[in-house]
Write a new protein. Sequence first.
Length: 98
Amino acid sequence: MNLSKKQIQHLKGLAHPIKPVVLMGSNGLTEAVIAEIDFALNHHELIKVKIATDDREVRALIIEAITRETNSIKVQAIGKTLAIYRQSEEKKIALPKI
């Protein structure tokens, strides 16, 4: 699924007030963390994930792995917080037309 810049901007606005629902621990990206992110995406469609590493390169690799494993789209990454989106079957978030 590809999103337009207008749709990404809309999702960024929606993501701003929400708190991270998944907090990655010092064990890194485990199968349990992926499963929790997947569950949260099914329930909310748009979530934030807190990544507990200071290394930017490692954080970029983790973000890429999360989006690949959960089949989601990176909306925004600021510092250690990642906002991702994946449309569910119920389509809870109405995206603007392209």
